[in-house]
Design a protein around this ligand. Sequence first.
Ligand SMILES: O=c1ccn([C@@H]2O[C@H](COP(=O)(O)O)[C@@H](O)[C@H]2O)c(=O)[nH]1
Length: 236
Amino acid sequence: MQPANIVPRDRLIVALDVPGVAAAEAMIARLGDSVTFYKIGYQLAYAGGLPLVRQLTAAGKKVFIDLKLHDIGNTVARGVESIASLGATFLTVHAYPQTMKAAIDARAGSNLKILAVTVLTSYDDGDLHAAGYRLGVSDLVEARARQAQTLGVDGLVCSPEEAANLRRIVGHRMGLVTPGIRPAGSSVGDQKRIMTPARAIAAGADYLVVGRPVMEAADPKAAADAIQAEIAQALG
Ligand SMILES: O=c1ccn([C@@H]2O[C@H](COP(=O)(O)O)[C@@H](O)[C@H]2O)c(=O)[nH]1
């Protein structure tokens, strides 16, 4: 991964969190040239949305498949082999060593980049403790980032709150992909570790993942354009 060479407009990844293919196609048409990079997650993938990967890449867009895989190594590897043939740029797995190793080995020979989800951006320290973890968010994110780097993972999914510290730890070869992006004045929803687009870029995030602030906007194209402008200004 070479984050330094990212085309500025590709830094915005819009999460196509919609109930089906027709809604996704309508949104893609509405967003037009404002968005070059889309994320397909649980909602759309489980509603028959994976064939959109080929459609989008044929139209010159990039795709991030956000399935956050986590299973026994063999099952992760076979899943990654199937996904690698679709032509997406990114695929997520949870940042567990067996899972990351299986995914990295299985994508060998393809252009698919593996991103490890450190700690979900809807979690805070209390949520981790309730789930049985001894470490708080920042320590667990850091430990998982170090493991991911050792295993040769291409990039990390983290909150922009962790971006500056992770950049110091992993350097510039690993991409930092940050959900938890909220333009000023937008609803936080269930996210707990958030930043504005400008602050996320200043903190060192490479890619900003935005769902509801675009998908639920009265004018999604205007919302995406405003985020693109904020990113461009933050990049100077
Ligand atoms: O830690 C994570 C990992 C993935 N996501 C995904 O990003 C989008 C964010 O959507 P918003 O509507 O902007 O909150 C969503 O698809 C999540 O599944 C995340 O939020 N946090």
